[in-house]
Design a protein around this ligand. Structure first.
Ligand code: RIB
Ligand code: CA
Length: 320
């Protein structure tokens, strides 16, 4: 039987590749794609998600969700992902329409209808998930596994020295999710760096597959690669959401992980959105310690690094 996934996404170029991987994988059934404000306005994220679903010949329902963070002003990243979020490729308007129902309602209902069966993969700010948890706190128990692309596990961030974009963008939502009791896994942005980035040779090998999926995946991320050369970006094509999706599909791709208490900084003058990972379990060792939430348990499996050849192999398989 296929595994059931729900993908929550602020669909831009690397999100699109992650969605495509799940849709093309023979063992995965994507129940829904829910769109949230983040890199893109939800209007653009919805269009990009629907285009990707259509490209895969799927009928997966796409739901539009929250159009801004819980408390903060939205900060998009068109400068990075291109004016359309797809590297300026200006793909045709998809025929597939967004569902009339709202993403938050869909998340609550699908989690209830498929209790203990669903892997939720989040590729954007956690606003939709926090809103769904506010509506139905039992969702934390109903989702069997939630893989979060977000954060930086005690390493430098990508939007500030302390924080990664998805968590920084809506830290209040992220804190709600990390404190919800859901079975969480965190794939920070550092996991997609270094040898996980696609080299020029990897990119050429993907194009050589000569499929519409391979071409799409490389084309819409080319803008980010070029930008990185002229900005302080990493070399190669870094695909953060797809690396999280790879671990969601095949947990064996994770090479190093640990189970820790993770919390999110809201008020830090320099550290808004920092994911504070208690790698030494200091909080749990303080006798009698509980915060105002009464939480001190380890709340997330944090992935630190992946097996780069295996991740690239899986990507190639999905793009064939
Ligand atoms: O920080 C990485 C995240 O923001 C990913 O979700 C990616 O889509 C990006 O731009
Ligand atoms: Ca994303």
């Amino acid at each position: 039987m296929k595994r059931k996934f729900i993908i929550d996404t602020d669909t831009a170029s690397d999100d699109a590749v992650a969605i495509l991987m799940a849709l093309r994988h023979p063992d995965i059934d994507v129940l829904a794609v829910t769109v949230v404000s983040g890199n893109m306005h939800v209007r653009d994220g919805s269009r990009n998600a629907r285009y990707t679903v259509e490209l895969c010949g799927a009928q997966t329902p796409v739901y539009v969700g929250c159009d801004r963070p819980l408390l903060r002003e939205p900060v998009h990243a068109y400068w990075y992902h291109g004016p359309d979020g797809m590297g300026g490729m200006n793909y045709a308007e998809p025929g597939l329409q967004a569902q009339k129902a709202r993403a938050v309602d869909a998340l609550v209902e699908l989690a209830r209808a498929h209790a203990n069966e669903v892997t939720l993969v989040t590729l954007g700010p956690l606003t939709n998930i926090a809103a769904a948890l506010a509506r139905a706190p039992e969702m934390a128990e109903q989702i069997s596994r939630c893989v979060v692309m977000g954060g930086a596990a005690n390493v430098v961030g990508n939007v500030t020295p302390a924080a990664e974009y998805n968590i920084w963008c809506d830290p209040e939502a992220a804190r709600i999710v990390f404190r919800s009791g859901m079975n969480l896994e965190m794939v920070g942005w550092e996991v997609g760096r270094g040898d996980a980035a696609l080299t020029d040779a990897d990119i050429a090998a993907v194009y050589a597959l000569n499929t519409p999926y391979a071409e799409f995946a490389m084309d819409c991320n080319a803008h980010a690669v070029e930008l990185a050369k002229h900005w302080q970006g990493d070399p190669g094509m870094t695909l953060h959401d797809p690396t999280a999706m790879a671990i969601a599909i095949d947990p064996g791709i994770s090479k190093r992980s640990g189970h820790y208490r993770v919390d999110v900084e809201l008020r830090g003058e320099l550290t808004r959105g920092m994911t504070v990972v208690d790698e030494r379990h200091t909080v749990g060792t303080q006798a009698g310690f509980t915060d105002e939430w009464g939480v001190r348990e380890r709340n997330a499996l944090v992935h630190h690094a992946l097996d780069a050849p295996r991740w690239k192999e899986l990507l190639m398989e999905c793009l064939k």
